[in-house]
Design a binder for this molecule. Structure first.
Ligand SMILES: Nc1ncnc2c1ncn2[C@@H]1O[C@H](COP(=O)(O)OP(=O)(O)OP(=O)(O)O)[C@@H](O)[C@H]1O
Ligand SMILES: [Mg+2]
Ligand SMILES: [Zn+2]
Length: 547
C-alpha cells in the first residue's frame, strides 16, 4: 500500500477525535442532538486546526440515522455514502481554485434537488474568502432565502475578507491554535500505532515548531519517523530534523537560488518530497529564510535578537545575503508569499512550489532566460492541468460523432431536411443517441441531481463501449470532477448498460481549450458533418425514386 502521510491517516472522523476546539465541538454537537441545525456555518481559523475535518464530520452527523451524542455513527447508509463520496448530497467546492461566479452557480444549481440518501444537502466551501465578488453575490442570494434542508459550511483562514453581508447570515465559529500538550497527546497516539516510543522532549520540540497547527505537527513528525531507528524517537533526532539539518538545507538551497541553479533546485525539491515533506511547509520555511536574509541586509548589525537566532547563524545569513541584491530578495519574497496563499489548496502543491521557486529565480535574470521562461510556462500548463485533474486523467477532447448534438438554432435548416427525408425513408436513430436518451430518462427517475449535471453537457458519442460527454471548460472544476468520480461513473454506466442490455462505460471529458473559438470550430464541424449526411440521404432518396 502506498504510504499515506500521517496527517491524512489521522484525520478525525468524529467530534470525539477532534483535539482542542472544545467550544466549537460542544456547540455543534448540541445542535445536532437537538436537531437545531443552522442554514449556514462559517468556520474560521489558522491552517491545520480542524476546519475541513469538522465540516466533513458535520456533513455526516446531520445526515446520520443513528448519531451517537451528535457524532456520526459511520455505518448507516448516509454515513457510508458520504464517506465514500458516493452521493451528491454533500458537495465540496475549493474556492481557492474555483472562485468564479460560474463555479458557484454550478454548485448552487444543485440546491433545487433534495437530498437523496440523507436529510440535508450540505455544501462545503473551503477557503471561501477567495470567491470573486460576483460569486459572493450569487451565494448571498441563496443564503438570503435558504432552501429547506440545505446547509452551507464555509471555511476560511481569512474571515476578515468575507463580506459583511455574508457574515451576517452565518453562524460563526473560531478555531484556535491547538495547545502544544494536546498536539503531543495526539502525536503519541500516532506513534503508538507505529510502535515508536518518543522522548517527551522530542514531542515538545515538534509541537512547538508546529505553532498550534496539527497538520504541521504531523508533517514534522513524519520526517522524524523516517529518521528513527529501533523504534525510538529521540530529542536528538527531533533537533536534527527541525534544526541544523533543515537550516543547512535552506542555506544550500539559498546558494542554488543565488546562482539560479535550476537543475540543483529541482533536485533539491525532489529530495524533499521524497522525504515526505509538505510543499507548503517547506515554502513557509523558505520564506522565513529569505526574510532573514532581507533582515540582515536591512540591519547592519545585531539582527540576531530580532530574528531570534544565534550570532553564529547571523554570520551565516550575512554571508549568504551578500550574494543577493535587496531588490532581488524582495522580489523573491513577493513570489514566495504569493505562492503560499495560492497553493494552499492547489491539488498539486509540489508543482506550485516548483513554479514559485523557479519564478523567484527567473525574475532576476531578465530577458536572457528565454529557455527558463519556457520551462516555467510548461510547468504552469502542467499545474493548471493538475488542478483541473479528472479521475480518468483523460483530458483530450473527443471528436463529435456524426449525430452529436449541437445547439439547435445552428442546425435548424439541416435538421428540417433530415426530418423531411426521415419521413419517407426512416433513418434508424443512431443507437448510441437513443441509448443515451433512455439512460437520461432512467437517471431522471433515480438520481435527479445527476441529471441536472448531465443535461448541461454535450453527449459526443461512444467508442469501444465508452459513452462520453464533453464538459464545457468553465465547468471543469465542478461538473467534470463530479461526473468522473468513480461512484458517479458507475451509476451512469449501470444505467447505460441497463438500457442497452450490454455492459457499457461512461466518462466525462474536457472540451478542448474551451475558448469560444474552439466552440465555433466544433459547431462548424458538426454542420459540415450534417450537411454531408443530408447529401448522402438525398442521393439515397433519388435512387428510391427511380425504383
Ligand atoms: N483539531 C484537530 N484535531 C485532530 N486533528 C487535527 C485537528 N486539526 C487538524 N488536524 C489534523 O490535521 C489535518 C488537517 O486538518 P484540517 O484539514 O481539518 O485543517 P484545516 O483547519 O481545514 O486547515 P486548512 O486551513 O489548511 O484547510 C487533519 O487530517 C488532522 O490530521
Ligand atoms: Mg481546510
Ligand atoms: Zn450514521
Amino acid at each position: 500500500m502506498a504510504y499515506q502521510a500521517l496527517y491524512r491517516q489521522w484525520r478525525p472522523m468524529t467530534f470525539a477525535e477532534v483535539v482542542g476546539q472544545e467550544a466549537v465541538v460542544k456547540t455543534l454537537k448540541r445542535q445536532i442532538e437537538t436537531g437545531r441545525i443552522a442554514h449556514a456555518y462559517l468556520l474560521c481559523g489558522c491552517r491545520g486546526t480542524g476546519k475541513t475535518s469538522i465540516a466533513k464530520i458535520m456533513s455526516r452527523a446531520i445526515n446520520c440515522q443513528n448519531p451517537n451524542h451528535g457524532d456520526p455513527c459511520g455505518v448507516c447508509e448516509p454515513c457510508r455514502a458520504i464517506l465514500a463520496e458516493n452521493t451528491l448530497d454533500v458537495l465540496e467546492l475549493d474556492a481557492a481554485s474555483n472562485n468564479s461566479v460560474d463555479n458557484v452557480r454550478d454548485l448552487l444549481e444543485q440546491v433545487r434537488y433534495p437530498a437523496q440518501v440523507g436529510r440535508y444537502k450540505v455544501y462545503i466551501i473551503d477557503e471561501v474568502h477567495m470567491l470573486s465578488s460576483a460569486a459572493f453575490n450569487a451565494l448571498l442570494k441563496t443564503l438570503e432565502e435558504p432552501p429547506q434542508n440545505v446547509v452551507f459550511i464555509l471555511a476560511t483562514t481569512e474571515p476578515q475578507k468575507i463580506p459583511a453581508t455574508i457574515l451576517s447570515r452565518v453562524q460563526r465559529y473560531d478555531f484556535g491554535r491547538i495547545p502544544a500538550p494536546l498536539i503531543e497527546e495526539r502525536m503519541t497516539l500516532a506513534l503508538q500505532k507505529l510502535n515508536i516510543i518518543a522522548e517527551p522532549e522530542a514531542l515538545q520540540m515538534v509541537a512547538r515548531a508546529a505553532e498550534g497547527a496539527m497538520r504541521d505537527a504531523f508533517s514534522i513528525l513524519d520526517m522524524c519517523v523516517s529518521s528513527t531507528a529501533d523504534g525510538a524517537l529521540t530529542a536528538a533526532i527531533a533537533r536534527e530534523v527541525l534544526g541544523a539539518s533543515d537550516r543547512d538545507f535552506l542555506f544550500a538551497f539559498g546558494e542554488k537560488l543565488a546562482v539560479s541553479d535550476m537543475a540543483g533546485i529541482m533536485h533539491a525539491i525532489d529530495t524533499l518530497m521524497r522525504a515526505g515533506r509538505e510543499p507548503q511547509v517547506f515554502l513557509k520555511e523558505l520564506t522565513r529564510h529569505v526574510r532573514a536574509l532581507l533582515a540582515v541586509k536591512a540591519l547592519p548589525e545585531n539582527a540576531a535578537a530580532l530574528l531570534e537566532i544565534t550570532d553564529e547563524d547571523e554570520k551565516r545569513y550575512r554571508k549568504q545575503a551578500d550574494s543577493f541584491t535587496s531588490e532581488r530578495l524582495l522580489r523573491m519574497m513577493d513570489e514566495l508569499m504569493r505562492a503560499e496563499s495560492e497553493m494552499r489548496y492547489a491539488s498539486a502543491p509540489r508543482v506550485g512550489l516548483e513554479v514559485a521557486v523557479l519564478r523567484a529565480c527567473a525574475e532576476q535574470k531578465g530577458e536572457d532566460t528565454a529557455a527558463l521562461l519556457e520551462r516555467i510556462a510548461t510547468l504552469e500548463t502542467k499545474l493548471s492541468a493538475f488542478i483541473g485533474q479528472v479521475g480518468s486523467g483523460q483530458l483530450q477532447p473527443v471528436q463529435p460523432q456524426q449525430k452529436a448534438d449541437t445547439k439547435p438554432q445552428e442546425k435548424v435548416n439541416a435538421q428540417a431536411t433530415v426530418a423531411d427525408k426521415a419521413k419517407s425513408t426512416p433513418l434508424p436513430p443512431t443507437d448510441e443517441q437513443a441509448i443515451w436518451e433512455e439512460m437520461l430518462k432512467l437517471i431522471a427517475k433515480t438520481e435527479p441531481p445527476l441529471l441536472g449535471l448531465l443535461k448541461k453537457e454535450r453527449f459526443v458519442g461512444s467508442q469501444d463501449g465508452v459513452f462520453r460527454v464533453q464538459v464545457a471548460f468553465e465547468r471543469k472544476d465542478f461538473t467534470l470532477l463530479q461526473l468522473n468520480k468513480p461512484a458517479r461513473r458507475d451509476v451512469i454506466a449501470r444505467a447505460l448498460s441497463e438500457v442497452a442490455g450490454k455492459p457499457l462505460a461512461f466518462e466525462a471529458v474536457l472540451d478542448g481549450d474551451g475558448g469560444a473559438g474552439k466552440e465555433d470550430k466544433l459547431r462548424e464541424e458538426n454542420l459540415r458533418t450534417l450537411t454531408s449526411t443530408v447529401g448522402r440521404d438525398l442521393l439515397h432518396v433519388d435512387e428510391n425514386d427511380k425504383l
